[in-house]
Design a protein around this ligand. Sequence first.
Ligand SMILES: C[S@@+](CC[C@H](N)C(=O)[O-])C[C@H]1O[C@@H](n2cnc3c(N)ncnc32)[C@H](O)[C@@H]1O
Length: 210
Amino acid sequence: MLEYYEKRCSEYEAIYAKPERQGCLAQLEQELCSLVAGKQVLEVACGTGFWTRRMANSAASLYASDASQQLALAARESCEGVNVQAGVVDVFSIPQREQFNCLVAGFFFSHVLVQERSSFLAGVAEALSPSSRVVLFDNRFVPGSSTPISRTTGTGDTYQNRSLVDGGSFEVLKNFPSTDQVASLLGELCSTVSTYENEYFWLVSGETLG
Ligand SMILES: C[S@@+](CC[C@H](N)C(=O)[O-])C[C@H]1O[C@@H](n2cnc3c(N)ncnc32)[C@H](O)[C@@H]1O
């Protein structure tokens, strides 16, 4: 997946230009910014920094991270003039970060295998202090707008075939859990879980248990 996203870096944000999604994207941005307002935010899997830039003026502080150094640096560069730190963090082994009271993962949960969801979320909760906010958001599957599913495994994981402008093609894990499924899993580690969804996107947030 890292190779795919590094190669896709220069064309990644075209996904956010789909005309039919603009209203829902704006609503998602509003939800996200209200949840990170005044928080010390660790953003994981930040990619090119599309959401980093949108959170930068709401968060009290913002550390954008990705498993790819190339993408973490691209995110920081895209935030020129705004006080954003950036670095490499693997979401499956997040070091304890007491300076953060909010973790944001945008469009990453869909890339977690069904059987790894619980351990992924447990790692997120363990890395944060009690009563920290966790914010996850991602795509809903919308026929005609989403890339079709090419393969479904016995464990319920779904894959898409994706092409890059240089002709490269990749099969990418892309799951579409329901908002209720995500809320239920997060509810095992967090209190006050709340959900938001519109036609194209879902967002689930909660506060880690004390
Ligand atoms: C779909 S992109 C999301 C980028 C960005 N959050 C956004 O919404 O525009 C997924 C990102 O996850 C990163 N990634 C993949 N595996 C990762 C891991 N184990 N830890 C942290 N980031 C990872 C990829 O490099 C890529 O930037």
